[in-house]
Design a protein around this ligand. Structure first.
Ligand SMILES: Nc1ncnc2c1ncn2[C@@H]1O[C@H](COP(=O)(O)OP(=O)(O)OP(=O)(O)O)[C@@H](O)[C@H]1O
Ligand SMILES: [Mg+2]
Length: 260
């Protein structure tokens, strides 16, 4: 199995405060990985280090065995696309133009989009069921629609890795399933590696190949859902007692908080 993201001994500080502490993690091509952990445990910071938005104080991150510090911004954007937690677009761009922005790594300075770019944009929009929104303003669509549009934009980068930060946190249950189903489909059909942070443990259990449990900037555990999501691990990381339900013995436990 080829590893696509290789994190070795990564440490990161904000203002001399250790936020990530010697993180080592190997992500295999084609995996769907969820990063779980309480507020402030370092999930977003870890994603920002992987996307090279933040620079580690120590350690290294390799993408396809290449050190990200040596990969130029546009080249990195062809390998890796990021969907941030909430994307604010301050101008009244059309949905179509917002998606087209994802083609930036492929355009030279002052070069305008070609037929090929248009085809890629259309395909990404059909894939995310956003084509019918193309002429609307980005600020006049719902939260769930916007999330799909931002994913469409990420897809036009034709990335090998999709990094998502809390992609479902503001969505109702229908859109949550829709977005995660979409990510899973892209993962399976296009072999795009998915690395996502999530707050919903049950969704992580249902969709992930592997779950990374973060606690105070350390990796507590990385494993398949039924091995990571144990009563002990959840109590240690989140400080709550839970009951696990194993339905159909599918190794994707359902987590039920015990009342206090
Ligand atoms: N720009 C910043 N400057 C200083 N400290 C920061 C900054 N951003 C985050 N932190 C701190 O780093 C720690 C990790 O934050 P991070 O955003 O990675 O957590 P998280 O796991 O994504 O949390 P959440 O679940 O709330 O999104 C927190 O203690 C936070 O206060
Ligand atoms: Mg976060």
């Amino acid at each position: 199995m080829d590893s696509i993201v290789n994190i070795k001994n990564l440490s990161f500080k904000y203002d001399k405060i250790d936020i990530l502490k010697r993180i080592t993690l190997e992500v295999v091509t084609g995996n769907f990985i969820s990063i779980l952990g309480p507020n402030g445990s370092g999930k977003t910071t870890l994603l920002k280090n992987i996307s090279s938005t933040l620079k580690p104080n120590n350690g290294s991150i390799l993408i396809e065995m290449q050190d990200i510090r040596k990969i130029k911004h546009k080249e990195l954007a062809k390998k890796l696309a990021v969907v941030h937690q909430s994307t604010e677009v301050h101008f009244d761009f059309s949905v179509y133009n917002v998606v087209m922005m994802g083609r930036f790594p492929y355009l030279k300075r002052f070069q305008s989009e070609s037929k090929k770019d248009e085809e890629i944009v259309k395909e990404a929009m059909l894939n995310t069921s956003t084509w019918h929104l193309k002429d609307k303003s980005i600020n006049e669509i719902s939260g769930g629609e916007k999330q799909r549009v931002v994913i469409a934009r990420a897809l036009t980068q034709q990335p090998k890795v999709l990094l998502l930060d809390e992609p479902i946190s503001h969505l109702d249950i229908k859109y949550q399933i829709e977005i995660l189903d979409l990510c899973k489909r892209l993962n399976k059909e296009q072999n795009i590696t998915v690395i996502t942070t999530l707050h919903d443990i049950n969704m992580a259990s249902r969709y992930s190949d592997y779950i990374v449990l973060l606690k105070e900037g350390n990796i507590k555990e990385v494993d398949v859902p039924h091995k990571t999501l144990t009563e002990e691990n959840i109590e240690e990381v989140y400080g709550i007692k839970v009951e696990l339900i194993n339905r159909n013995n599918d190794k994707r436990p359902i987590i039920l908080p015990r009342s206090v």
